[in-house]
Design a protein around this ligand. Structure first.
Ligand SMILES: CC(C)(COP(=O)(O)OP(=O)(O)OC[C@H]1O[C@@H](n2cnc3c(N)ncnc32)[C@H](O)[C@@H]1OP(=O)(O)O)[C@@H](O)C(=O)NCCC(=O)NCCS
Length: 186
């Protein structure tokens, strides 16, 4: 798991010269059941057709942790003691011949803490965790119009390995499903 690092809090001055007590510590850690409320809330607040192909969540809301979204598949980014993002890492299939691959199936960062390296830290920790599990390759799917996520993945060494053109019809627009992947050798 990655080591804690310091990130400016929203109220911090633009220069990192404030007293140490005002610096927020970023920690990437495994999810725990007690994260349910914070992650469910974060997921609802971050919903957008930029990244989601699910309909907008409506009450009564689904639980965050389910049999298909298990607590042991998720890493949480905690800033100043509060969950501000998560990443979900799973085997893409249960097949033995596919066991060397891990897939990212979920990444979200609270809008209030974006642009501060939280997603990059989560992605790095997920790659490290995939290696620890013995994987040699990591893949993901991203919507073609999701520029922030695509830039992040490209900058972390993920390459476009396939495109399903116009795979989803979102708010009247056909959107590509982009398949990306990278080796975990480095
Ligand atoms: C995509 C997302 C996870 C990025 O989170 P973040 O914590 O703000 O990202 P980081 O601060 O770690 O940024 C890392 C890199 O991502 C890219 N990036 C992030 N936000 C960006 C933006 N608004 N525009 C363009 N590139 C952006 C940049 O390459 C950035 O590196 P840089 O700061 O050196 O330029 C966040 O915007 C989010 O939660 N979006 C909604 C959910 C989503 O799209 N998930 C991905 C599903 S495939």
């Amino acid at each position: 798991m990655s080591q804690p690092s310091s990130l400016p809090q929203p109220s911090d001055p633009p220069h990192p010269s404030g007293p140490p007590s005002r610096r927020a510590e970023l920690i990437i850690r495994p999810a725990v059941i007690d994260d349910e409320t914070a992650l469910a809330d974060l997921d609802r607040r971050t919903w957008s057709t930029l990244h989601s192909v699910q309909p907008r969540p409506q009450p009564p809301y689904d639980r965050f942790f389910t049999l298909h979204n298990r607590v042991d598949e998720i890493l949480v980014a905690e800033l100043g003691g509060h969950p501000v993002g998560y990443i979900r890492l799973v085997p893409p299939t249960p097949l033995a011949c596919n066991a060397h691959v891990r897939q990212i199936q979920g990444l979200a960062v609270d809008e209030r803490t974006r642009g501060r390296g939280v997603a990059r830290a989560l992605l790095g920790a997920a790659c490290q965790e995939a290696r620890r599990q013995g994987a040699t390759r990591i893949t993901l799917r991203v919507l073609g119009h999701n520029t922030p996520a695509r830039r992040l993945y490209a900058s972390e060494g993920f390459a476009v390995e396939g495109v399903l053109p116009g795979e989803f019809l979102l708010e009247g627009e056909y959107v590509d499903d982009v398949l990306m992947g990278r080796s975990l050798d480095r």
